[in-house]
Design a binder for this molecule. Sequence first.
Ligand code: ADP
Length: 464
Amino acid sequence: MSASWPTASRFELILFRTLLYVGAIALAAAALAWVHAPMVAMWVLVAGLATLVAYHATYLARLHHWAALPRQRELPFGFGSWGHAFDRINRHMRQDTNERAETAAELERLHAAVDLLPDGLVVLDRFDHVQWSNRSAQDLHGIFGTRRPIDHFVRQPEFLAYLREGDFSRAVTMPLSSAPGHRFALKIVPTDDAYRLLVTRDITETSRLEQMRRDFVANVSHEIRTPLTVVAGFVETLLDMELPAEERRRCLEMVQKQTTTMQRLVEDLLTLATLESTSLPPEHTGVLLEPLLQAVVADVRALSAGRHPIALLIESDAGLRGAPSELDSAVRNLLTNAVRYTPDGGTITVTWRVVDGEGVLSVRDTGIGIAAEHLPRLTERFYRVDRGRSRDIGGTGLGLAIVKHVAQRHHARLEIESRVGYGSMFALRFPSARVANAASLKAAADRAEDASPDTEDPAQPLTA
Ligand code: ADP
């Protein structure tokens, strides 16, 4: 009840009025007695007082009856002072009823919102009996009803030990049979002396990320430790002053090879970090594919040093909307792999074409190929089919992870087909929204060239 009922003053008023009526009746009787009509005066006094008593008795009885009702209804219509008092009481009752309804609606909205929370919430009393639970908690722990001990529903020994020990500064993590494959953190949050809250949170994703972080740090450390050990060994050999010049040169070449590998590893890690932390490549700038591919193929021919014929087939003059440096990096990684994993004499073909509106950029080789079981994991960081071989040829195990990231950032699909002993085909399929009109690209390229004639960057801004 929000407001105190100001009925006390009403009842004082009734008393005051009653005294007034009694006074008036007494005065009237005294006046009649004074004009020598004592019998009439007596009857007026008796009748007046009796009427007054009957009036008050009737309304007191009604009030008494009303107060005894289990759920208070409105008071019946009243007459005179009691009428005013009844009106007042009724008005306050209505006000009170409205406020109760509003509070109930508010509570219901709150319950509905808490029910939608993904975290399970259980209110426990001081004996750890369930007082209330939201829907998530009911689904996760199979809680139904109230007043049952929480250990009827959560029976895992680690939780029971947690309850018993009473150190609620930490959470207890465990799987729940209601959600196979997930991991949960259960934490008791003390609220006051009478109640406490059991919060259940799904931490599967957090645990997975934490595990990934640990694996990543372990992998990077391992990748760096191996060349470092080799370098340390050769440096020790080099310290021997008696070493013949030829041997000394061989050691220095090995040291150079290992430091180059470490350099490449750091560069690839930085590229990945940049790809993960920068905003998506813009759709309003683009790149002409022909000059980009020619530049990369020229570099890779130098790497191959004539060991592989490398063909470049440009079947469409369309360009791509996106980040030129990222696209360059993706193609460079695919082509470098093709050279590394194709024995001398094998051929490599780079093709750019547009099929059904999709831009398809593919690198095909006739190299060693990849067994089918490795294909699903090939783009994972540091995943290699043959670790030793990759290391020997200076691989970092990050090339295809970079390609996958670039593809995702351009909404492209990376398709891999391969057969052991026959070769591999890596294709990036760009959606039509990323394929840019050649004419607008060329116009933009010409304008950009006029603006800065020195630039040799094949990446050009696109006109709208
Ligand atoms: P790496 O630096 O080891 O080449 P990548 O991420 O570029 O790392 O490639 C992962 C693995 O995929 C390589 O170790 C190799 O086993 C395999 N691979 C990639 N490209 C080819 C290819 N063209 N032919 C055969 N195997 C390849």
